[in-house]
Design a binder for this molecule. Structure first.
Ligand code: SF4
Length: 450
């Protein structure tokens, strides 16, 4: 089927051919222009960030991919993929542009794609159409002979970059000084570190080495329960909103959730506040989800009586509180699939997913809460031109031997402990008999508003 294209919408808006507004008319150009010709590697690669010293560079995308039409690129990708057959598997995140997702073997959120990584152990290459931390996770969970490829090495995540290993280690040392390291009478250690999947492998390794765990937006509540069974409190990074929204739904009072700002002594909190803390929230956020506001919800309800408002838990607490429901991208998708025809949805998550859901469900009215077309600018870095480039390199093009471009490899020093934290997450299960929300059948955990 032909699916909606946010890129086309942005191009039409930017040329005045379509009404509406976009937060970044720059996105109408190819990402090779957006990247200023110097795409680089990994953490720190979000827009405007300084590239780490000594990082590998992928070089410029060859001109034949930059100047090819969308149809040409589509044909080149199909041809290369057919030639490679089972040797390659393509994974695509829900927020990826539709022109790229058309070629994915698996489409999902970061949790589903982590699981999908394990489903094709015979594939030589896993091409990950997402962002850097997701490709790192795929490398951790895939076999040693499988190469994980990120088509554009500049596809980072600005939220993931808000917590780095030096700042988190510094925070940890201050917390150890404050709380000590001894377990209490019930065997619970002073602090359990919990990192959102949207973080570097170095931080996942930190959690693995310090009794901690990874979570996603699909399983944050299950993971926090796991952590509270083992620790007196949790250090949650990098997304303050997912941590706050999840802990609040579990009954943790706001005054027991101080923020940790790495640029301030004791994170900007007092010893008294930290003594009472149950969840210490890192000062990070997603620039896409923080755009959603309560006013947008008010407007949606005024203009569409009966609308069902569902937002992602990376949105600010006031927005989550004002919505009818909140949940991961997979929750949102399943809620729409389970709804009776003729339903109206206002969705608070990334526009590529919302526009695609609207195209896939003509029986419903589905729109994005934010009227400004503002996609994730780091997911955007994966363009069909980059996908064609890495696939044709695997085949061997223009008389060149086959080559693996843009491989993501987690250093062995981090890999073992990062896998420990990931495997703890994959093994964590909601306690038997735990109350469940009014989620649609098959949906991951979520919250609903009365
Ligand atoms: S939507 Fe937000 S959290 Fe997700 S990749 Fe983009 S910047 Fe990162």
């Amino acid at each position: 089927m032909t699916i909606a294209s946010v890129d086309r919408t942005i191009r039409l808006i930017s040329t005045g051919t379509a009404p509406g507004s976009t937060c970044s008319p720059q996105l109408a150009a190819g990402p090779w222009e957006f990247d200023s010709g110097t795409p680089g590697y990994g953490p720190g690669s979000s827009m405007g960030d300084v590239l780490p010293t000594g990082s590998p560079r992928q070089g410029a995308l060859p001109e034949r991919y930059r100047t090819a039409s969308a149809d040409e690129l589509d044909a080149r990708i199909r041809s290369a993929k057919a030639t490679l057959g089972d040797r390659v598997v393509i994974l695509g995140h829900f927020y990826q542009r539709s022109e790229v997702l058309e070629h994915a073997d698996f489409v999902g959120d970061s949790f589903q794609l982590a699981q999908a990584t394990k489903s094709r152990p015979d594939a030589e290459a896993i091409v990950f159409c997402g962002v850097h931390f997701m490709a790192e996770t795929a490398d951790l969970l895939s076999g040693p002979d499988q190469a994980v490829i990120l088509p554009n090495l500049a596809a980072g995540c600005s939220m993931a970059d808000m917590a780095d290993i030096d700042s988190v280690t510094d925070c940890w040392e201050q917390l150890e000084e404050l709380y000590g390291t001894e377990a209490d009478a019930s065997g619970r250690v002073p602090v359990i570190p919990v990192t959102y999947m949207n973080s570097s492998a170095a931080l996942k390794a930190f959690c693995g080495a310090n009794g901690g765990i990874v979570c996603t937006s699909s399983n944050a509540e299950t993971v926090l329960k796991w952590a509270f069974e083992r620790g007196q409190r949790v250090l949650f990074f990098p997304d303050q909103h997912l941590g706050r929204n999840t802990a609040k739904a579990m009954g943790v009072p706001l005054e027991r959730m101080p923020m940790w700002n790495p640029r301030k002594p004791l994170g900007g909190s007092t010893e008294t506040e930290l003594d009472a803390a149950q969840v210490i929230l890192w000062h990070g956020f997603c620039s896409v989800h923080k755009r959603f506001t309560v006013d947008q919800i008010t407007t949606a309800r005024a203009e569409h009586p009966g609308v069902r408002v569902i937002v992602h838990p990376e949105c600010p607490m006031a927005v989550v509180d004002a919505a009818d429901e909140y949940g991961s991208t997979d929750y949102i998708k399943k809620a729409i699939e389970a709804a009776p025809a003729g339903s109206t949805f206002a969705i608070g998550t990334e526009i590529n997913l919302v526009q695609r859901l609207a195209a896939e469900h003509p029986e419903h009215t589905i729109f994005c809460l934010d009227p400004v077309v503002c996609p994730c600018s780091t997911m955007y870095r994966i363009h069909s031109g980059y996908l064609a480039w890495v696939l044709e390199a695997l085949v061997g093009d223009d008389g060149q031997p086959p080559a693996v471009l843009n491989r993501i490899e987690v250093p062995a020093t981090d890999a073992t402990n990062a896998r420990v934290a990931l495997e703890r997450m994959l093994a964590a299960r909601p306690p038997a008999g735990a109350p469940t929300s009014a989620a649609p059948a098959g949906a991951p955990e979520s919250g609903t508003r009365a």
